[in-house]
Design a protein around this ligand. Structure first.
Ligand SMILES: Cc1ncc(COP(=O)(O)O)c(C=O)c1O
Length: 350
């Protein structure tokens, strides 16, 4: 425990904030459920994770190159492997699409990512208009509600990043239709659900070591397979209204922004529910912050420990992954939790 962190609340007893989600209990409410809002009545396929859904989609276009943003989790690279081409991503997470526009061939797949839940960049809409011969996929893995998408685009979701389900990778067909690939066999639900259930049974976080290990085991099971989502996850997505989840993220983000905006990595105020409150710090300072937060039982995330593209070819994107910290601001938490996070961050950075 550092002297600095010890000025804060009693750390060993403090309830943990952040980290993976415990099993979600949908509250009754009105408005579209998460599944309704994400699929908008279109055909969809529900795989065990997003990389599997993406792999199944691109397998249907064997001659296409697959264009990925260089700043992306390494796992998505597994889905397309030898066919990958990368495009750059700027400091404000805006895609540099000049290479795609100039070099992509008819039928190529372009993955557009809503980084941290940000709305899709205007440049993507322009490209989709100018190159209707390309296939666009909107990666909404970090986005509860990133707003409108591109005409004719597929959508991809990974709900366990945003709420308490064990698994899931939803692939939603374009408005204009399209044959949706089907998952082959069921995933091992018992194994996938162990961690979210253990955490749900331990609100105070006394047995963190146990559920943290179980979560690592779950993530280690995640690979690029043809497995289907577990029925338990699909049932929660079908029952949970989206609006309260989105509202909480927005108000928690604003609460943190009141105090931490000097370090914010997002371009301006959040216009759509963010994945988290993203700070940008030089690497050594970031490491110190992460360590201090950990000691205070605040579990921030790093996106990502390694990126899909080679660091040497994409140093700007590699640098992003060494400088960002994602603080939790999701629906499990309220104003007091955000104040605890902000106090701790300011104390550690002070
Ligand atoms: C933006 C983005 N897309 C896709 C994925 C892959 O999701 P999954 O773990 O469900 O395969 C990730 C994983 O970190 C991600 O961050």
């Amino acid at each position: 425990m550092t002297a600095r962190a010890s000025k804060l609340s009693p750390l060993a007893d403090a309830a943990p904030i952040g980290g993976f989600f415990e099993q979600h209990t949908p509250e009754p409410g009105s408005g579209p459920t998460v599944l309704e809002a994400w699929t908008e009545g279109r055909p969809y396929a529900a795989f065990v994770n997003a990389r599997s859904a993406f792999a199944a989609l691109v397998a249907g276009f064997p001659d296409a190159a697959v264009w990925l943003p260089a700043y992306l989790c390494a796992e998505m690279g597994q889905a397309a492997q030898a066919r990958i081409r990368f495009y750059g991503v700027g400091q404000a997470f805006e895609p540099d699409l000049s290479g795609v526009e100039a070099q992509a061939r008819t039928g190529d797949v372009v993955l557009a990512v809503s980084h941290f839940g940000l709305p899709f960049a205007p440049g993507l809409f322009d490209l989709a208009r100018r190159r209707p011969d390309l296939r666009f996929v909107e990666d909404r893995a970090q986005a509860l509600d990133a707003g409108p998408g591109m005409e004719g685009a597929w959508r991809l979701y990974s709900p366990r990043k945003l709420m308490g389900v064990a698994d899931g990778g939803l692939l939603v067909a374009p408005k204009s239709g399209g044959r949706v690939p089907r998952p082959g066999h069921l995933a091992d639900a018992e194994a996938l659900w162990t961690a979210p259930r253990l955490r749900a049974a331990d609100r105070a976080g006394r047995d963190r070591a146990v559920w943290h290990l179980a979560n690592q085991a779950r993530e280690a099971r995640m690979s690029c397979t043809g497995q289907a989502i577990t029925p338990q996850s699909l049932s929660i997505l079908s029952a949970a209204p989206l609006a309260p989840l989105a509202r909480a993220r927005m108000s928690n983000w604003r609460r943190l922004d009141d105090r931490l905006s000097g370090w914010s990595a997002l371009p301006g105020a959040a216009a759509s529910p963010p994945l988290g409150y993203v700070l940008k710090l030089e690497p050594a300072r970031r490491e110190r912050l992460l360590r201090g937060l950990y000691e205070a039982r605040i579990f921030a995330a790093v996106h990502w420990t390694s990126i899909a593209a080679p660091d040497a070819a994409f140093p700007r994107e590699a640098h992003l992954s060494q400088t960002l910290v994602t603080l939790p601001c999701d629906h499990r938490y309220g104003a007091r939790d955000m104040d605890r996070i902000a106090d701790c961050v300011l104390d550690l950075l002070g």
